[in-house]
Design a protein around this ligand. Sequence first.
Ligand SMILES: CC(C)(COP(=O)(O)OP(=O)(O)OC[C@H]1O[C@@H](n2cnc3c(N)ncnc32)[C@H](O)[C@@H]1OP(=O)(O)O)[C@@H](O)C(=O)NCCC(=O)NCCS
Length: 182
Amino acid sequence: MRLETSRLLIRDWHPETDAADAIAIYGDPQVTQWIGDKSLDTTVEAVQARLQRYRDRAAAFPGLGCWAVVQPAEQTVIGTVLLMPLPGRDNQPSGKVEIGWHFRPASWGHGYATEAAQAVLQVGFATLGLPTIYAVTLPENERSIRVMQRLHLTDLGSSQDYYGGYTLRLFCRTREDSSKPS
Ligand SMILES: CC(C)(COP(=O)(O)OP(=O)(O)OC[C@H]1O[C@@H](n2cnc3c(N)ncnc32)[C@H](O)[C@@H]1OP(=O)(O)O)[C@@H](O)C(=O)NCCC(=O)NCCS
């Protein structure tokens, strides 16, 4: 995957050379407290193992993945945007696809997550032909909920059907919604 937006480059993670940037994301509890895989990765080995776990989860599903979001001017990876199989109540793939975002705190508050997610939603609908893309969040994650609202996702309310049964707030967008002018 290689995708340019007005301010960002979205590309595959390169675990060998991106590890330090990945630690600024996954070694920070302000990020990991909100995401499914809560291990706090403060070493190169730990963060590389995480990127490998994401790769393994997506491997059976053509076109899905977890990508690095780069600020080209600074050549820095500032976040992750992903399209992945959404784990069900039993933690096995539910048959649905989720979009997600994990950014280092230093890069919050600039619209980067929304910009990257908008581009990846288009890939999901236009290139992969997905009919519906879901997003889930802990109900207290107000920043992530604001991203979902900016992306015009539909709020489907509380659900315990995903990620092993946690109470989560579920959102979705359909390909049809996406082809309407917003
Ligand atoms: C969730 C997360 C990605 C949101 O990041 P974010 O920077 O708040 O979201 P956006 O990229 O959409 O940025 C929007 C903010 O940038 C501001 N902004 C500043 N300049 C902007 C610009 N040029 N364009 C758009 N927005 C801009 C917006 O006003 C908005 O601020 P507000 O939310 O305070 O009103 C981030 O908090 C994060 O990584 N959290 C930890 C991991 C996590 O929770 N992941 C989701 C699990 S469900």
